[in-house]
Ligand binder design. Structure first.
Ligand SMILES: NC(=O)c1ccc[n+]([C@@H]2O[C@H](COP(=O)([O-])OP(=O)(O)OC[C@H]3O[C@@H](n4cnc5c(N)ncnc54)[C@H](OP(=O)(O)O)[C@@H]3O)[C@@H](O)[C@H]2O)c1
Length: 421
């Protein structure tokens, strides 16, 4: 029986979840995996705070040195959140040869190389299954089960908060602001929801996933990012009429050593498997050159699902201790920012003869061909026109939109959303 000395950094939602999993299934893990996990210290900010799990008070500390300098601690599991001091604590632990398990997507996305190098030098392990899509096993399958493939494409819903908001907007016809306020009240959205609704959280996760899949570092700042703030109930209604739903998708592709990576609201057909992913659930679709299409689905957040991923990492690390280093491709990739995509757009125009022909002409001059055009009367002077284009490059669309915006016949461009068929 192997005995692991474990320290936890953080005892909030996830830390308490890890304690619950160990209390509930510790015996099962011991029997099945022949490993005994012994929590020896827990770092918190406020030792006097009431906790949702029962904790022996002598385990708590507010001084990280108590953990770093304790030789009986082999593995440190971090779920404090934020970049600092979490990054420094992880780095110092690896430097000391202690294996680290983390749920911190921001730290991994921003400091991958440095932490990987520290682990390499000291021989410690660095595991981060819970940093992407909470309880869904995705990092381990990519590392341990799909080695025989080149990964060609990743497409997923990897932020539960925005998926919850878009699901409610779709099913209840409510506005973004209204659903966000309710989600905050129910604890589904943070008091400061910026990281979720602006797409930053999904961008960190896509950076980690695409780096792993393509064996090229895909830094956060090379990923295009647009959040869901601009999505209106009207867009969702029109999408449905046209046979689509709107999801915040994270998409990355690699072809001929060119990588494109982006996070944005996207029209997807109602028949697409990702459309069926409702509420705060996550799903990741992966295309490998040998295995073909795969889809991973489950809880992308929450105390017990996330703790399930963390405890699995602790067991794996305890059993083999061997760190999996990413062998990056020698050839530097190019990053594509002029990708091809279909587009949905909604304009309000003056209701007068020739306007439709004028706008179609602008698209034509910029190589953008149209798949669908729908006109709806708004009031006696204005009309709403909806277009879905065929595949067009970002540059063609942006040039066409400049001209459309400047046209005296156009009152406003209400929305511009990419379509993924
Ligand atoms: N919540 C989820 O569903 C979820 C899912 C996947 C990944 N994650 C990731 O897991 C991490 C933690 O999330 P959470 O929801 O558990 O956060 P949380 O509830 O806010 O808990 C954070 C914990 O860390 C402690 N802490 C924070 N800063 C500290 C510092 N400077 N020194 C000592 N202790 C400190 C806090 O101590 P006190 O309790 O004393 O204040 C608290 O116990 C984040 O990186 C998050 O992105 C969360």
């Amino acid at each position: 029986m192997k005995k692991i000395g474990l320290a936890l950094l953080g005892l909030g939602t996830i830390g308490s979840g890890v304690m619950k999993v160990l209390n509930e299934n510790g015996e099962l893990i011991k029997k099945q995996e022949e490993i005994e996990i012994d929590v020896r210290k827990i770092l918190v900010r406020d030792k006097a705070k009431k906790r949702s799990v029962e904790i022996e008070p002598s385990l708590l500390t507010d001084n990280y040195d108590d953990i770093l300098n304790d030789d009986s601690i082999d593995i440190i599991a971090e779920f404090m959140g934020g970049e600092d001091p979490a990054f420094l604590y992880i780095r110092d632990a690896l430097r000391k040869g202690k294996t680290v398990i983390t749920a911190n997507k921001e730290v991994i996305a921003k400091h991958w190389e440095e932490l990987d190098e520290e682990a390499r030098l000291s021989g410690a392990g660095l595991y981060f299954e819970a940093s992407v899509a909470g309880g869904i096993p995705i990092i381990k399958p990519l590392r341990r089960s799909l080695q025989a493939n080149r990964i060609l494409k990743i497409m997923g819903i990897i932020n539960g908060t925005t998926n919850y908001i878009l699901t409610k907007m779709t099913e209840e016809g409510r506005s973004f602001e209204d659903v966000l306020a309710e989600a905050q009240k129910l604890g589904y959205a943070e008091p400061d929801p910026t990281a979720d609704i602006e797409g930053y959280d999904a961008r960190y996760k896509l950076s980690i996933l695409s780096t792993l899949c393509f064996r090229n570092r895909v830094p956060v700042d090379r990923i295009y990012c647009q959040g869901i703030k601009g999505i209106s109930a009207d867009d969702i209604k029109y999408a449905r009429e046209l046979g689509y739903g709107i999801k915040l998708l994270a998409i990355a592709k690699k072809e001929n050593n060119k990588i494109e990576a982006r996070v944005h609201p996207t029209f997807i057909p109602l028949s697409h498997p990702l459309y069926a992913v409702r509420d705060s659930y996550n799903a990741i679709f992966i295309k490998g050159d040998m295995v073909g299409d795969l889809m991973f689905y489950g809880r992308g957040a929450g105390d017990l699902p996330t703790a399930s991923a963390i405890v699995s990492d602790i067991i794996t690390a305890g059993q083999n201790g061997k760190h999996y280093y990413v062998k990056f491709d020698q050839e530097e990739p190019k990053f594509e920012d002029n990708w091809l995509s279909e587009y949905y757009m909604r304009l309000v125009v003056k209701d007068q003869p020739g306007v439709l022909a004028e706008i179609a002409g602008i698209f034509g001059r910029h190589n953008v061909s149209l798949d669908t055009v729908i006109q709806k009367l708004r009031d006696k002077n204005n009309a709403t026109i909806i277009f879905i284009t065929h595949k067009a490059s970002e540059k063609w669309i942006s040039n066409a939109m400049k001209e459309i915006n400047a046209s005296p016949s156009v009152i406003s461009v209400e929305s511009l959303i990419r379509v993924e068929k």
